[in-house]
Design a protein around this ligand. Structure first.
Ligand SMILES: Cc1cc2nc3c(=O)[nH]c(=O)nc-3n(C[C@H](O)[C@H](O)[C@H](O)COP(=O)(O)O)c2cc1C
Length: 359
């Protein structure tokens, strides 16, 4: 074992979530589930990472049980899985069983694309896309019910918790961000009211799944449509969001940054994960740029070399900025990335062809 990374190979316990180490597969949309049904190829894709010691897998974004949840986007999404209906549930059951049989843990990321869903696109072209500013009370209640139904299914078929995609400008985040939530009622206005949709969602899921089923919440400052966006301009604003979500029942925050080590606010070197941990008192997961010399968006445009930045990860981990370390592209490229870390072997550069493979 490479001695300097030993702290990341310690177990993690939270309630009844018990992980063998601190490495997490970050949620990554893969477009490999025709009709919303994950097949055996999806099961072996995730299981390969569990076999190679990825402590926790968070699945690709999964459309919640509402016709407006998913469709195509400017990112060209299609064949996104769902978590309702016999065939999809049977597909996920196989994924879960296979991952568990390798000693891994797996949590689904529940996703509603909101206004990023292009109007008129399948699987439900007749349905309008949802944006906070023009959603009725009934529609808000319907969407919350859809998340609850998918979370209930997640628990029923044996997932180890549930993760909510509250970042990147999709529906939950669109309520949080002032640029996409111009409402002036109980669901918008000040930051507390903009957090209400997320918190009512978490409360409703908590009421359904009970006190012991872990709820993870992904949040981000950046949006797909604006990398410079800020959900919270100051730690005080961030504290309102995280405090409200903790009260509602969030157990673990998945703090989505493009580069994990970038300071979140002036006057401190601490990254956003560190701030969320400090302000919320909850465990947090960091992500962004681990193992590479370029962040995600840049790696579409330019060659991306491997970079061993684990000493900085460990340094911040030991400074208690975060509890879990998530990898996106590293685990996309190399199912055995965690084993390489453990053995001190070199990483691979990023290759765009990884997007179109499911191995
Ligand atoms: C192919 C691909 C698909 C992604 N899909 C999702 C997604 O469905 N949900 C999500 O929250 N983030 C998604 N992301 C973002 C990753 O979870 C992660 O935050 C990002 O890649 C940064 O981590 P990295 O620098 O280790 O790649 C995706 C990233 C990639 C590369």
């Amino acid at each position: 074992m490479r001695p300097s990374v030993e702290p990341l190979f310690t177990s993690f316990e939270y309630g009844n979530l018990s992980l063998a180490n601190r490495f997490v597969m970050s949620p990554m949309t893969r477009n490999f589930s025709p009709d919303g049904v994950p097949g055996d190829n999806v099961a072996s894709y995730y299981t390969r990472r569990a076999t190679a010691k990825t402590g926790l897998i968070i699945t690709e974004g999964i459309g919640v049980n509402h016709p407006s949840a998913i469709g195509h986007s400017t990112m060209g999404e299609e064949n996104i899985p769902v978590l309702h209906g016999e065939a999809a549930l049977a597909g996920w059951r196989k994924v879960i069983d296979d991952v568990h049989s390798e000693g891994g843990k797996i949590i689904p990321q529940l996703w509603h694309m909101g206004g990023a869903r292009l109007e008129g696109t399948p699987p439900h072209p007749e349905t309008k896309s949802m944006r906070p500013d023009d959603m009725s009370e009934d529609e808000i209640a319907e969407i919350i019910a859809a998340f609850v139904s998918s979370a209930a299914n997640a628990k029923a078929i044996g997932f180890d918790g549930v993760a909510l995609h509250g970042g990147h400008g999709y529906l939950i985040d669109a309520f949080l961000w002032k640029q996409t939530n111009r409402r002036d009622d109980a669901w918008g206005g000040d930051i507390k009211r903009r957090t209400r949709f997320a918190s009512e969602l978490v409360k409703a899921i908590r009421a359904e799944v009970g006190p012991d089923f872990p709820i993870l919440f992904r949040l981000s400052q950046w949006k797909m449509q604006d990398y410079e966006a800020k959900l919270a301009e100051t730690p005080d604003e961030l504290a309102i969001i995280t405090g409200t979500l903790v009260e509602a029942g969030v157990d673990i925050f998945d703090v989505s940054t493009r580069v994990f080590s970038v300071p979140a606010f002036v006057g401190s070197n601490m990254g956003l994960a560190g701030w969320v941990r400090k302000l919320s008192g909850k465990p947090v997961m960091t992500v962004g740029g681990i193992g590479f010399d370029k962040e995600l968006a840049a790696s579409f445009a330019e060659p991306t070399s491997a970079l061993d930045n684990l000493d900085e990860v460990v340094r911040r981990f030991e400074a208690e900025e975060f509890d879990l370390v998530a990898l996106g592209r590293a685990l996309l490229m190399d199912p055995e990335w965690v084993l390489k870390v453990q053995a001190g072997e070199p990483f691979e550069a990023f290759d765009l062809s990884a997007y179109s493979r499911l191995d």
